[in-house]
Design a protein around this ligand. Structure first.
Ligand SMILES: Cc1cc2nc3c(=O)[nH]c(=O)nc-3n(C[C@H](O)[C@H](O)[C@H](O)COP(=O)(O)OP(=O)(O)OC[C@H]3O[C@@H](n4cnc5c(N)ncnc54)[C@H](O)[C@@H]3O)c2cc1C
Length: 497
C-alpha cells in the first residue's frame, strides 16, 4: 500500500529539504521524482571524466552562525558536505569596461574593497550594505521575532524597487553598474526586480560563499539519505500525472497514469504553472490559476560545459562576470549580433587538485523565443538544426572567452552545451526559466507565492516560494514545513538545536 503521512511531488532542493525536515520530525515521507535521477537543478552529469554542475555553482550563508550554516547544521549536513570556500578577498569579480571589480566577503571588507576604486562612494556603500544586512536578517528565522509566514518588513522590501533604491543610494553610474553586475544570479530586470531579491541573495554570499567539491549533487545525496535513514522513500521514474481533488481535499496523486500514492498531506515542488494543469476540477479558483499563468518567467540560460584532457585548466577560486556591453540592466535585451552581452564563468573544484580542474562552466542568458523551432522536441531528439544552433552559439562564446581568458580554450578537449529547453525537459521549469517566476515589485501579491493553497492538505515549496537559489529555497522549505509543524516550534528546533 502506497500510503504516507506526506507525499512530495518532485525531488528538487525544496522537495528534498521538506522531506528531510519532516522525516526528522517524525513524518513518514515519500518523494516522487519523474526523472531517473533525483535532485532537479542539483543534478550533475559526468562526461569525458569531468563532473559538471547543472544548477549549483556556488552557495552562500555557510560561514558558522550564518543562515545556511544554521539550517544545514540542524539537518546534520555541514560536517558531511565537501566544500571549498571561495576567495574571501573577491569571490565574485565583475569585469566591466576593461577593469575588474571584486566583491569581497564580510560587509566591511565588501565596502572597503569597492571603496578603493570608488572612494567618494564609501558612505553610500556602507548604507547599501547596511540595507543588505537588514534584509538578510529579516529572512533569517533565527533573527526574526515574529512567527507569521510573511512579516511586514518582508512585504516592504518586496514592493520596493531595487533600481530605485540603487539610484537613491549610489551616485556614480559606474558603481551602479558594478553592483548590478551580479544580476544574472537573480535574473534582474530594472523595472521588475524587488529590493528583497538581490539584497537577500547578496547578503548570503557576503556571509560565506563556497563551492561544492566534485559537484553539488552531494547535497541531494545527503538529503535523500536523511529521508531514507528515517524510514522514508525517494522514488525515481515516478511522474505525477494527475491530481484528483474532492472539494478542497486531496487523497492521492496518480503516478505514471497507473499507480496511486495516498497521503495525509501533499507538497508540490514542481513549477506552479505545471501544478495547475495536474490539479483536476475547480479545486484551484479561476483567479488563482489566472494569476499564476499570467506571471512572467525569469530568463533561461545557455550553458557551455568545458572539459579538458587531464586536469588541464588552472583552477581559479573566483567567479567571473564578464561584460561586453554598456548598460548591465539590459543583458536580456540582445539581438543575434549583440549576444552574449555578458557571461559568468565558474571553475569546478575537484578533490584531486587544489589548483587544477577539468571542468569549467559558462552561463549566459538565452531567450525562450530563440528556441521556437524546437519547442515540440525532446532531449536527445531535437535534430541537426538544433545541434548546429548550439554549435554556433558555443563557437561565439568560445571566441569571447579566449579574448577574456587567453590560453583557456587551448586546454579544451571537448565541450557540451545546454539550453533552456534542456531545463524545461529535465526539471519541468516553465519555458526553461532558470529561477522560475519573475518576482515583480510593482505587483507583489501576483508574484509572491505562499506555501498554502486552496486545497487544505496541499502545500507548495521550491524556488517559486520565497526565492530561488540554495538559500532562497531553504527559507522557502522552512516556510512550507512551518505550515505543518508550526513556525515557533521549527524555529526553536533549527535555531536552538
Ligand atoms: C543554470 C543555473 C545555475 C544556477 N546556479 C545557482 C548557484 O550557483 N547557486 C544557487 O544557490 N542556485 C543556483 N541556481 C538556482 C537553483 O539551482 C534553484 O533555485 C534550485 O535548485 C531549485 O530548486 P527547486 O526545489 O525549485 O526544484 P527544481 O530543481 O526545479 O526541481 C523540481 C523537480 O521536480 C521534478 N518534477 C517536475 N514535474 C514532476 C512531476 N510531474 N512528477 C514528479 N516530479 C516532477 C523535476 O524533475 C525536478 O527534479 C541555478 C539555476 C540554474 C538553472
Amino acid at each position: 500500500m502506497n500510503h504516507f503521512d506526506v507525499v512530495i511531488i518532485g525531488s528538487g532542493l525544496g522537495g528534498l529539504l521538506c522531506g528531510s525536515i519532516l522525516s526528522r520530525e517524525g513524518y513518514h515521507v515519500c518523494v516522487l521524482e519523474k526523472n531517473t535521477q533525483y535532485g532537479g537543478c542539483m543534478q550533475t552529469f559526468k562526461r569525458n571524466g569531468s563532473v559538471f554542475d547543472t544548477g549549483i555553482h556556488y552557495v552562500g550563508g555557510l560561514d558558522e552562525g550564518k543562515i545556511l550554516h544554521t539550517f544545514f547544521s540542524y539537518l546534520n549536513l555541514t560536517e558531511r558536505l565537501k566544500l571549498r570556500k571561495l576567495d574571501e578577498e573577491g569571490y565574485d569579480v565583475i569585469r566591466y569596461r576593461g577593469r575588474e571589480y571584486e566583491y569581497a566577503m564580510g560587509y566591511q571588507r565588501f565596502v572597503d574593497t569597492l571603496a578603493r576604486k570608488f572612494p567618494r562612494e564609501k558612505n553610500a556603500l556602507a548604507a547599501y550594505t547596511g540595507k543588505m544586512l537588514e534584509i538578510g536578517e529579516t529572512v533569517n528565522p533565527c533573527k526574526v521575532r515574529e512567527n507569521k509566514p510573511v512579516t511586514s518588513k518582508y512585504l516592504e522590501y518586496y514592493n520596493t524597487s531595487y533600481d530605485h533604491f540603487l539610484n537613491s543610494t549610489i551616485t556614480d553610474p559606474l558603481l551602479k553598474n558594478v553592483l548590478v553586475g551580479m544580476s544574472p544570479v537573480y535574473s534582474g530586470v530594472r523595472d521588475r526586480t524587488p529590493l528583497y531579491i538581490p539584497m537577500m541573495i547578496h547578503s548570503t554570499y557576503i556571509d560565506g560563499a563556497y563551492r561544492f567539491v566534485d559537484g553539488g549533487s552531494q547535497l541531494g545525496d545527503l538529503l535523500v539519505k536523511n529521508i531514507t535513514d528515517c524510514g522514508g522513500m525517494v522514488l525515481t521514474g515516478m511522474k505525477v500525472t494527475r491530481i484528483p481533488v474532492r472539494r478542497d481535499h486531496m487523497e492521492a496523486v496518480e503516478v505514471n497514469g497507473t499507480e496511486y500514492f495516498t497521503g495525509r498531506y501533499f507538497i508540490s515542488n514542481i513549477h506552479p504553472k505545471n501544478l495547475t494543469v495536474l490539479v483536476e476540477g475547480n479545486a484551484f479558483t479561476r483567479a488563482f490559476v489566472n494569476r499564476i499563468n499570467s506571471t512572467e518567467e525569469t530568463y533561461g540560460m545557455f550553458s557551455l560545459y568545458l572539459s579538458s584532457a587531464g586536469h588541464g585548466f588552472k583552477y581559479v577560486n573566483k567567479n567571473y562576470y564578464c561584460y561586453h556591453t554598456g548598460e548591465l540592466w539590459d543583458l536580456g535585451n540582445y539581438s543575434g549580433d549583440t549576444w552574449p552581452k555578458g557571461y559568468m564563468v565558474h571553475f569546478s573544484p575537484v578533490s584531486e587538485h587544489a589548483d587544477r580542474t577539468n571542468a569549467v562552466i559558462i552561463n549566459t542568458y538565452m531567450k525562450w523565443d530563440e528556441l521556437t523551432p524546437w519547442i515540440d522536441s525532446h532531449t536527445g531528439a531535437r535534430g541537426a538544426g538544433y545541434e548546429s544552433f548550439k554549435k554556433k552559439k558555443a563557437e561565439k562564446l568560445l571566441l569571447l572567452l579566449e579574448k577574456d581568458f587567453p590560453g583557456l580554450t587551448g586546454k579544451l578537449a571537448t565541450w557540451y552545451a545546454s539550453t533552456p529547453l534542456t531545463y524545461r525537459d529535465y526539471t519541468g521549469t516553465h519555458e526553461g526559466s532558470a529561477y522560475g517566476i519573475l518576482k515583480d515589485y510593482r505587483n507583489p501579491f501576483k508574484t509572491m507565492i505562499l506555501p498554502g493553497t486552496h486545497i487544505k492538505n496541499l502545500l507548495l515549496t521550491g524556488q517559486n516560494i520565497n526565492t530561488h537559489g540554495i538559500a532562497g529555497v531553504t527559507i522557502g522549505a522552512f516556510l512550507t514545513c512551518s505550515e505543518l509543524l508550526g513556525k515557533a516550534y521549527l524555529k526553536k528546533k533549527i535555531c536552538h538545536g
